[in-house]
Unconditional design. Sequence first.
Length: 397
Amino acid sequence: MYHPHAHPSAIRRFLEAQSSAGIVLMGAAVAALLIANSPLAQDYAAILHADVGPLSLEHWINDGLMTIFFLLVGLEIKREILDGQLSTWPRRALPGVAALGGMIVPALIYLGFNRGSTAIGWAIPAATDIAFALGVIALLGKRVPGSLRIFLAALAIIDDLGAVIIIAAFYTSGLSLPYLAGAILAIFVLIGFNRFGVRRLSPYLLVGLLLWLLILWSGLHATLAGVILAFAIPMERTPGRSDADCDSPLHRLERALQKPVGFIVVPIFGLANAGVPLLGLPSGALMAPVTFGAAAGLIFGKTIGVFCFSSLAVRMGIADFPAHATRIQMLGIALLCGIGFTMSIFITLLAFPDSPLLQAQAKIGILTGSFVSGLIGFAVLHRAGNVALHASGDMAE
């Protein structure tokens, strides 16, 4: 009897590959750049700024669709904390210290280039793009040991949690107390659902939608509703069963969101926000402090912060070095952490909401820094992996 899943189509194989979401996102970013620097540029901008109901299309993407992205991020963080790579303090130690260094050092480098009003963008190079970084790792196959894949995934999750906290703490202004009170009430309702064992997703999603509206109107960034909702979704783990076989509300929602977020939500965000009109920028924009700060923060800040902080944690006995990995491979992973596309652009929009020029400068720095970090990180890991594979082959002989 023929089983279609035994011989998956090329489309199915592409959708299942870990690197595919990163490839689609890269394609969307390249398409946005080409469109923004073509005769279609005015139409591209007009479509993004067109009103769709109470918000422009750009706002629906950045405040609405990205809430779904943050919901998935929150679900992943919760699952890893309760029953995954972050479930114990020893497991959290190395990626936690590395993530801390990967946020502090890039911010300091950015501030080294920027003073005054542009200093508000200090968090732009402080986040790693999970889809891109793990996509590069997937392309390298067996050249990267499993311990480093786990380390990078855990680091990226902690990194995203740090970015969420930064957004809530530093990029919020003009709070409306009545709407904030309503949002807090909605959160208590979600907690009540969880405590009383409500397992249907529809009540959580309906209250989550209300929470999104209240947070939007309160002055906080609406995407925070996604993370808050994620932490209210119940999770139970059946012993001996993989995540793919678990049927808790959290697992069901996470599985349902993975492909839409990876192949629709994030690429649409990239298509809407990576379009920098390079031809129309002043000549000094490419050499601006914001551009240099974002690029240098990602390339040098992430590498130095992740590599040095993790090395220090191992030397001090706080954490163990990843098994079967070399220091050169750890350096390659640190370089990949400089891929900061999605979250970095998102923070750019929050830091410079009223300045298209500063947004463009930051995006140039982000695209440059992410490309250079990804390319060098891939080359280092590819080279180090080949050496390790040859060494293991010689030992086997």
